[in-house]
Design a binder for this molecule. Sequence first.
Ligand SMILES: Nc1ncnc2c1ncn2[C@@H]1O[C@H](COP(=O)(O)OP(=O)(O)OP(=O)(O)O)[C@@H](O)[C@H]1O
Length: 245
Amino acid sequence: MADAARALDPQAAEPMLTIADLQAWYGESHVLHGVNVDVYPGEVVTLLGRNGAGKSTTLKSVMGIVPRRQGSIRIEGEETIHKRPYRIARCGVAFCPEDRGIYATLSVAENLELPPQVREGGLTTDEVLTLFPNLRGRLRSAGTNLSGGEQQMLAIGRILRTGARLLLLDEPTEGLAPSIVSQIGDTIRSLKEQGYTILLVEQNVRFAMTVADRHFVLDQGQVVETHDKTSFADNFDALMARLGV
Ligand SMILES: Nc1ncnc2c1ncn2[C@@H]1O[C@H](COP(=O)(O)OP(=O)(O)OP(=O)(O)O)[C@@H](O)[C@H]1O
């Protein structure tokens, strides 16, 4: 049950995102075999699992950028499984890829201002810089001259400008120093407080514990366990073993 989301908004009976029996293929390779995930408004939910379990493919399927998918993906009740990515973006969804997608030949300011606004309510550049003050002095630097942590903040800041309210974050802490991981955690908690809904792929289980309301564990393209904060903590050692951590 999404108690946290309901506490935030007691009217929120409908999930923000419902993934049902999702199948996905890359060419002949069938990689998702019926994934079921729901995310309520204002929740932070993680997808956990070993390498190759299908976590990134699930996020990319929501964004419509996996070539062949089948099943149902509803965003605020609207079916999107057959929509093109630009139409899915207009439903208020944004994806932050694992490689962060920063353009080397563009400045930080240009990277930030690149994506179009898809909905009302996107942050202004100044609001993004208030959220990530480190970027303020780097606006004219080439995007790839930033540290890994700054690039991640730029990548998150960029999608906040679009007006999206459902954020898909693929391994935002990967390769970052512990102090930066902690800053990313603060950012995610702050976004949750502002009412954003976040579906997050994470390899860092301890980090996931500190930010998420619920967790879905994937294995071989299927959800094999679902946990809330309490059951996650109670099963922590078994989960670490299952995830090979
Ligand atoms: N573009 C692609 N073309 C072909 N196969 C792919 C492609 N991307 C992923 N795969 C395969 O799909 C399966 C699921 O990959 P996916 O990236 O979704 O896993 P993951 O759980 O996110 O793991 P990782 O943390 O390693 O990215 C894997 O077997 C992977 O090799």
